[in-house]
Every structure is written in structure tokens, then in C-alpha cells.
Design a protein around this ligand. Structure first.
Ligand SMILES: *[C@@H]1O[C@H](CO)[C@@H](O)[C@H](O)[C@H]1NC(C)=O
Ligand SMILES: *[C@@H]1O[C@H](CO)[C@@H](O)[C@H](O)[C@H]1NC(C)=O
Length: 217
């Protein structure tokens, strides 16, 4: 192969590989308020006619209200993303309030489309995330009121209220639609189940242990 051809191939590769986006794509207009009634499927949500957009398309109320933490994990996420605020469509940001009962956890999960920065408004919160294979290094810290912590996009992370009172945290995310994959639910509560023999081998336990865990999801 002539070296000029090789250079051309390399140039094309570099040009196309720079088209990878680290967050939601930038908008090409002032706003693109989501039209939930549109049946056309696109990457994001179709814009509604700007003439019928109102101020309330950019508004959400209720983040002052504590979520109900009476559940198995002792935490509740109140999301404010494109589902609740149609005006967030194409903007690449969203918000969530998280409430934690004493010793409650936000179980290990990932956001496939967003990095997250979380700040503690009230209480004491143990947080952590784990880096990719093969290191799988745990980065963990105790946060107090006013502290902030970053969870990089895609990495498994968790939080636990380690105080005796409630914890309130506010999280900002770098996607209008960050997505959530809760590890336990996805692995042990998929529909239909991942075959128990696969999970038994993956987790190096017997199948009875797997079916017992699956029965909880
Ligand atoms: C969607 O359709 C419903 C039922 O026709 C209507 O009530 C609602 O206002 C529509 N929503 C928008 C954002 O156009
Ligand atoms: C909180 O959730 C629990 C369990 O679903 C329910 O029994 C309880 O009534 C809820 N509390 C409030 C204040 O909504």
C-alpha cells in the first residue's frame, strides 16, 4: 500500500473517531421542548411546535418534598429529567433529589449516559464508585453537609446514610435522560431471568444461592 493511501486512511479514522460524544449532543436551536405525543422515534424526543411552548415546559416543582424512604433499601430518588421537564430535551442536563432513611442506601448502580455531581444538603453520607476492570479500585469518602462528590459516567456507584437522622442530597447529571441500571435488579431481577447456572458460575456460588437472591427481585 502506498504511504499516501495509508495517511488518507489514518486521516479518515482520526476524523470519524472525533465524532464520539462524551455527553448528549448540543442543541441546534434555542430549545426543543419534548413532544410526548409524537409517535416518531428519534435519538431524544421530537420537538413540539415552538409557538405552543410555555414557561411551564421549563418548570418543575416539588424538590423541597422528602421522598418516601419506606422501602427495602431505605432511599428514594425524585428525578427531574426530560420525563418531568420537557424543556430539558436536547440540553444534556438533569437533576435528582435523593432522600435516605438512617442507614438507608442508594444501591450500587450506573448511569449509562451521564456523569453525576452530588451535594449533601443535610446529614452524613458515605459514597463510593468503582473503576473499570482490571483494577476495580474503590474510591470512597464520607460527605458532610455542603460537600460535593463526582461519579464518572458509566461507573458503578452507591451511597449510604451513616448518620442517625435523614440525609438529603441533590444530584446534577450530564444528560437529559441519564438512565439507571441498578446492578442487583438488572442481574438478579431481569425479565426473563438470566439462567441460574450462568449466575452461579459468574458469582462462584451454588445455584440455590442464586435462586434465593433472584426470588427477592
Ligand atoms: C398530548 O395529548 C393529550 C391528549 O390528546 C393532550 O391532552 C395533551 O395536552 C397533549 N400534550 C402535549 C404536550 O401536546
Ligand atoms: C410510604 O410508602 C409505604 C410503602 O409503600 C406506604 O405504606 C406509606 O403509606 C407511604 N407513606 C406516605 C407518607 O406516603
Amino acid at each position: 500500500m502506498a504511504s499516501s493511501q495509508l495517511i488518507l486512511i489514518l486521516a479518515v479514522f482520526v476524523a470519524t473517531s472525533s465524532l464520539v460524544f462524551a455527553s448528549d449532543p448540543s442543541p441546534l436551536q434555542d430549545f426543543c421542548v419534548a413532544d410526548p405525543n409524537c409517535t416518531v422515534k428519534v435519538n431524544g424526543v421530537v420537538c413540539k411546535d415552538p409557538k405552543v411552548v410555555t414557561v411551564d415546559d421549563f418548570f418543575f416543582s416539588g424538590l423541597d418534598k422528602a421522598g418516601n424512604t419506606s422501602n427495602a433499601v431505605g432511599s428514594k430518588v425524585t428525578a427531574a429529567n426530560v420525563v418531568q421537564i420537557p424543556g430539558l430535551n436536547t440540553l444534556g442536563i438533569s437533576l435528582a433529589r435523593i432522600d435516605y432513611a438512617p442507614w438507608g442506601i442508594n444501591p450500587p448502580h450506573t448511569h449509562p449516559r451521564a456523569s453525576e455531581i452530588l451535594t449533601v444538603l443535610e446529614g452524613t453520607l458515605l459514597v463510593g464508585f468503582v473503576s473499570s476492570n482490571p483494577e476495580n479500585r474503590l474510591f470512597t469518602k464520607v460527605l458532610y453537609k455542603g460537600d460535593a462528590f463526582v461519579f464518572p459516567v458509566g461507573l458503578i456507584h452507591f451511597q449510604q446514610n451513616i448518620g442517625y437522622g435523614p440525609v438529603v442530597a441533590l444530584a446534577a447529571l450530564s444528560s437529559q435522560n441519564p438512565g439507571v441500571i441498578t446492578i442487583a435488579n438488572a442481574v438478579f431481577g431481569s425479565n426473563p431471568d438470566i439462567p441460574a447456572n450462568i449466575l452461579a458460575k459468574a458469582f462462584q456460588v451454588d445455584e440455590a444461592t442464586i435462586t434465593k437472591i433472584q426470588s427477592k427481585f
